[in-house]
Design a protein around this ligand. Structure first.
Ligand code: GLU
Length: 476
């Protein structure tokens, strides 16, 4: 069997949308499963809307997703992408347009110089004189009567009546090709065997098939995947909130979490929901992709992500966390690795994203955490708090055993003093050393913080308390 070759062909007119990432993933998975090739092609022929920034952002997002490509111009290092703009300048599309004109399957249209929308005439001869005079000239494909059929892996046989399809522009007056034309030339020249793409392209496909047929080229296997929908079951778009891969990366979704969730949107791998996509490449079967629209649920994505955060090794999670901190430009904690590992281990139990981890772990990493309002009013300013904190200071400055069992024993002995209920004592200590009422387990928290931090923080809470009380009673 000949080599299986797939491609992802984004237009660089925006950031990589999760729908695009899923399309890329399915193409990539199949190429990898079949030991074939996966190609990245930038469809940047819409000069007004395409930018190099978006192109770079899409490539960066794909790399982050772990989707790598196998061919492209040699730019020293990882392959560059193929760009349709460069291929246009190399004359690739013009060559086949000329051929189609010679065959009588395409023609020039000459437009009025003033009213640029007004068609003057059509011709098979190159209208040199008009071009020289500055008229707009396009090249259109001639649609013949009849029917156009193709087989879609998901939808089966599809048939279109050509009478519903008008002649369409292949080469615009700026010399750049249109999508429907360039895609055929490139898919053929790049020897693409399978085209998996969004369902929104179904209606483009008959036009593409006509070009394949006119040039007597082999037609690739098509599969049009139902679009990802928002909660209102309309195609997922910005109206539903942020949809770019960058966005999910920046809030702290892991690449493996996003890939797992996107794979679930359409591909049923079996009963299991949480898996490493890269470990399931061999199981990927495009024919099992659902032909129903699937709804994108950010809460489910977070849930899947949280599972991954707890499944991976703490070491790996810390590495990803550090990388994410660099990526988002947040302040990096200046702590020892062993300490950071313990913090991440304890905090990952309660969060689903790296962003949540950062917030949740903040008081472990930084000294400038704030005392939550509720802690201050309900606990810290209560009459018993002073005594609890003073006794805690005494106990923890003398404590030698900072294991979880050791801090637990110390906390219980403090509760037994009878200054306040056990809950109040524990919450006062918790709030004093972290500023918050919700943290990992109190004993574990203290054990991680260790003696120096705990003692300093109890001290700080006491000072804060007395300042606050002083403020509140002094005349305004
Ligand atoms: N540039 C097209 C898009 O971004 C590619 C569609 C295709 O895969 O043929 O939708």
């Amino acid at each position: 069997m000949s080599e299986v070759r797939l491609r992802f062909a984004p237009s660089p007119t925006g950031y990589l949308h999760v729908g695009g990432a899923r399309t890329a993933l399915f193409n990539w998975l199949y190429a990898r499963k079949m030991d074939g090739k996966f190609i990245l092609r930038i469809e940047d022929t819409d000069l007004q809307r395409s930018t190099r920034e978006y192109e770079q952002a899409i490539m960066e997002a794909l790399r982050w997703c772990g989707i790598d490509w196998d061919e492209g111009p040699d730019v020293g290092g990882p392959y560059g992408p193929y760009r349709q703009s460069e291929r246009t300048r190399a004359g690739i599309y013009a060559e086949y347009a000329k051929k189609l004109i010679e065959m009588g399957r395409a023609y020039y249209t000459v437009y009025d110089k003033v009213d640029r929308k007004k068609e003057l005439f059509r011709t098979f001869e190159y209208p040199k004189q008009y071009v020289d005079e500055g008229h707009d000239v396009t090249i259109s494909f001639k649609v013949l009567e009849g029917k156009t059929k193709f087989y879609d892996l998901l939808k089966g046989e599809l048939e279109f009546d050509n009478s519903t399809i008008e002649d369409f522009v292949m080469i615009k007056s700026d010399g750049f090709p249109t999508y429907n034309y360039a895609v055929v030339i490139d898919d053929h020249l790049m020897r693409i065997t399978h085209v998996f793409r969004g369902e929104d392209h179904v209606s483009n496909t008959p036009k593409q098939i006509m070009i394949y047929k006119a040039l007597d080229w082999e037609i690739p296997q098509f599969m049009h995947i139902p679009l990802i929908l928002g909660f209102d079951r309309t195609p997922l778009s910005k109206r539903h909130g942020a949809t770019s891969v960058e966005h999910f990366r920046s809030i702290g979704i892991l690449s493996r979490g996003l890939m797992n969730y996107l794979a679930l949107l359409g591909w049923s791998v079996g009963e299991e929901e949480i898996f490493d996509v890269r470990a399931r490449i061999k199981q990927f079967d495009p024919s099992t992709i659902s032909n129903k629209g699937v709804v994108f649920d950010p809460a489910k994505l977070e849930w899947v992500n949280g599972k991954h955060m707890r499944m991976m090794s703490v070491e790996e999670l810390l590495n990803e966390f550090e990388e994410w901190i660099r990526f988002t430009g947040r302040r990096a904690p200046q702590v020892e690795r062993d300490y950071a590992l313990k913090v991440v281990q304890a905090c990952r139990e309660k969060v689903n994203t790296l962003g949540q981890l950062y917030d949740f772990a903040y008081p472990f990493f930084f000294e400038d955490y704030e005392f939550e309002e509720q802690f201050v009013t309900e606990y810290l300013l209560s009459p018993y708090a002073e005594s609890v904190l003073k006794k805690s200071l005494e106990t923890f400055s003398q404590l030698e055993d900072w294991t979880v069992a050791g801090t637990e024993k110390a906390c219980r002995s403090l509760a037994e003093l009878g200054i306040a209920s056990k809950n109040k004592v524990f919450q006062t200590i918790r709030g004093a050393v972290t500023g918050r009422l919700v943290t990992p387990g109190l004993f574990e928290t203290l054990s991680i913080l260790g003696k120096k931090r705990t003692v300093e923080r109890l001290q700080r809470a006491l000072e804060y308390r007395s300042k606050k009380i002083h403020q509140d009673i002094s005349p305004a």
